[in-house]
Design a protein around this ligand. Structure first.
Ligand code: BDR
Ligand code: CA
Length: 308
């Protein structure tokens, strides 16, 4: 399976990098970086550091959008720390980004592999929206998009009703929803069931030591955030769940929904809604993960990471 990873690393993004390294079923074509958890510059440095930690230097890393399509930039340093990787410290990267920007790289890779590319989006989808705006025919050539995004019934983590990735750039997510691309959404409804704790870290005893140390230190910060701001013990590892379903879709239960987004609400801007009873009469435009087998996912994550 040929995949482009579009990401804003980010602690849980970093866990998704690690899981992708442990999924030989996936042939990673490129890593495209966006603003999101921190600035695109810091996210790009983090992507390069992770690529080196994991020995993935053969995969091109492209820097992308510095800001959302329309709105002002938001970052989440209280969630992911000043660097974006919590308490983890990784060496400065020796490799560099490629010259091409993220949206252009997405266009080139999809054009060279029509019908074959899955785009895994685990940050705000600005890069993909820019690619679709620049080359509208691209939507017919992308195999599918899997996006960690939004919340249907679970409370928002950015505003009371909106999820962070969609909140950062709702107009880009709107473009994706209306693109007609085969779209899978992994919302907070499932990711916030998957709380990674110190007990899970302890189960990584046979993982490579530097990787275990990275996971321990980065998630320690993430756990502190969840405890202090959300009263949650453990941390929701949103992004690796979206990566995992690429090879193990039975970890979740999907429903086909017509999904829409509020762009101008007084309280609900960036809230996505799923038309459960088909009140609109509109055909589904997304497959949404609504239930998750938590233990199976945690086992999958720990087993795979232990193989690196
Ligand atoms: C999403 O927002 C970011 O903080 C995480 O990396 C994840 O992609 C969860 O709402
Ligand atoms: Ca992310």
């Amino acid at each position: 399976m040929k995949v482009i990873l579009d990401t804003d690393p980010g602690i849980d993004d970093a866990l998704a990098f690690i899981l992708l390294k442990a999924m030989p079923e996936i042939s990673l074509q490129a890593i495209t970086v966006t603003h999101g958890n921190t600035s695109v510059e810091k996210c790009t440095t983090n992507a390069l550091k992770l690529v080196e930690l994991l020995g993935m230097q053969d995969i091109p890393v492209a820097m992308g959008a510095t800001e959302p399509l329309v709105r002002a930039l938001s970052i989440a340093e209280e969630t992911h720390g000043d660097t974006g990787l919590g308490h983890a410290i990784l060496p400065e990267p020796k490799t560099q980004v490629i010259q091409e920007n993220a949206a252009n790289l997405i266009i080139d890779i999809v054009n060279a592999n029509p019908g074959e590319i899955t785009i895994l989006c685990i940050g705000p989808v600005t890069n993909l929206a820019l690619a679709l705006l620049k080359e509208p025919t691209l939507r017919k050539k992308i195999k599918n998009v899997v996006s960690m995004a939004g919340t249907i019934h679970y409370p928002g983590n950015a505003t009371p009703s909106s999820e962070y990735n969609v909140f950062c750039d709702p107009e880009s997510f709107d473009i994706l929803l209306r693109s007609g691309i085969d779209l899978t959404i992994i919302p907070l409804d499932v990711t916030y069931q998957c709380l990674f704790t110190k007990a899970h870290v302890a189960r990584l005893d046979s993982a490579r030591e530097d990787i275990r140390t990275f996971i321990d230190r980065s998630t320690a910060f993430y756990m502190e955030f969840h405890a202090e701001y959300q009263g949650i013990q453990g941390c929701a590892i949103n992004d690796p769940l979206a990566a995992a379903i690429l090879v193990k879709p039975d970890l979740v239960t999907f429903r086909d929904y017509y999904v829409d987004i509020e762009l101008h609400g007084e309280f609900t801007t960036a809230k996505i809604s799923a038309d459960h009873f088909n009140a609109t009469g509109k055909a589904p435009n997304a497959k949404v993960a609504m239930e998750v087998n938590i233990d199976a996912f945690m086992d999958f994550f720990i087993e795979r990471v232990s193989t690196i």
